[in-house]
Design a protein around this ligand. Structure first.
Ligand code: GLT
Ligand code: MN
Ligand code: MN
Length: 395
């Protein structure tokens, strides 16, 4: 296969974008939109041309908040046609529980039972829309589930409310036969001063307290874990190890800034490389992750529509370039040598617990001096990452 074929995005790469990502008009807290809205039908057509697999959406990315039932049906039918005509799918759907003023102090965790009931009803309708479009993953990002004034409610209160809501919605999905897998997306702050369940790690624990934990996993986002100052590869790795990586939001972020949602790989190229290497199962120690490679990012505010498509193509090309770099890195004999795991059957046997083994280990003399002395050659290993990325090694 030619390099060109491995890098040019194709549906088998499983790239998806949110309607809200390429559709982002460049509004920010200080400035008006800089580009016009791009219709969902046009987004489907252009992304298909660029080699994407599908598009994901919030209910209100497609159907406006106050659309009538008849308007909704017409919009969905037109969108469905565009998907079919362009061979595009909708693998993930979610609910906008953050734009309308009714959600200003939370949706599923709001104090007023009527607001919580409205939020549940909105999710139920949106789940129905997603099911109609073939979505299999349902994302929950609690953008307004948070606080500025923490005196307003005790953490145990919002935790219990969020649990009750998710238990309700899991039961509803089962009863309707939607077959959804729910993916919880964490973020520490923005738009609230603090958002509840700040990180993917918080979500992983909370999931185990639900009535249907097997239905629920996580949707980590590069920028969000970065906002919390955390190591994204470690957090995604923990989710993978737990069998809980149901979805992923790929983008880029400069440390210490607002939530930037930048083009994938445009910052922290080494972090992006290590992430792609892990997701692709490069080196064969662990399997390739089979989920969607979803981009939750948007073009710079300096761009017009042409720049939006440059942005989208860039996300996908960079992912594929990093995938090829990862395979070349793991095929490099020097890398393989540096990564060879030390074997010592005698000590390995002592690591498996048995009462006799523990007694034997307690008595065993271990000469630690050679291990204390030996360097790990991580300087060389990390330099090899840099040399592969800069193209002076590998293909
Ligand atoms: C919003 C947010 C994202 C979430 C989306 C899903 S919407 O753009 O910033 O991180 O993934 O609700
Ligand atoms: Mn996201
Ligand atoms: Mn974000």
């Amino acid at each position: 296969m030619h390099d060109h074929d491995r890098i040019t995005p194709a549906p088998e790469d499983r790239f998806t974008f949110g309607l809200w990502t390429v559709g982002n008009p460049g509004r920010d807290p200080f400035g008006e939109p800089v580009r016009g809205a791009i219709s969902p039908v046009r987004i489907v057509e252009r992304l298909a041309e660029l080699g994407a697999y599908g598009v994901n959406l919030h209910d209100n990315d497609l159907v406006s908040f106050d659309a009538s039932a008849a308007e909704r049906d017409a919009i969905v039918a037109e969108f469905r046609r565009a998907l079919d005509d362009n061979g595009m799918r909708v693998p993930m759907c979610t609910t906008n529980l953050f734009s309308h003023p009714v959600f200003k102090d939370g949706a599923l965790t709001a104090d007023d039972p009527a607001v919580r009931a409205f939020a549940l009803q909105k999710v139920m309708r949106s789940m129905e829309l997603g099911a109609e479009l073939g979505a299999e993953v349902y994302v929950f990002w609690g953008g307004r589930e948070g606080a500025e004034a923490d005196a307003a409610r005790d953490p145990r209160t919002w935790i219990a409310r969020y649990r009750e809501s998710l238990d309700f919605l899991c039961a509803h999905s089962k009863a309707q036969g939607y077959g959804y897998r729910f993916a919880l997306e964490a973020k520490p702050n923005e738009p609230r001063g603090d958002i509840y369940f700040a990180t993917t790690g918080h979500m992983l624990h909370f999931i185990e307290t639900l009535a249907h934990p097997e239905m629920v996993g996580v949707n980590p986002e590069v920028a969000h874990e970065n906002l919390a100052g955390l190591n994204f590869v470690h957090n995604v790795g923990q989710a993978l190890e737990a069998g809980k990586l149901f979805h992923i939001d790929l983008n880029a972020q400069k440390i210490g800034r607002y939530d930037q949602d930048l083009r994938f790989g445009s910052e922290d190229l080494k972090g992006a490389f290590l992430l792609v290497r892990m997701l692709e199962g490069s080196g064969g120690r662990f399997p390739r992750w089979e989920g969607m490679r979803h981009f939750d990012a948007h073009a710079y505010r300096t761009e017009d529509e042409a720049g939006v498509w440059d942005f989208a193509a860039g996300c996908m090309r960079t992912y594929n370039l990093l995938r090829e770099k990862a395979h070349a890195f793991d095929a490099d004999p020097e890398v393989q040598e540096l990564l060879a795991e030390p074997r010592d059957p005698d000590f390995e046997a002592l690591l498996r617990y048995s009462p006799e083994g523990a007694a034997a280990l307690a008595e065993r003399e271990i000469d630690v001096a050679p291990f204390a002395r030996a360097g790990k050659r991580h300087e060389r290993l990390d330099q090899l990452v840099v040399e592969h990325l800069l193209g002076v090694r590998g293909s």
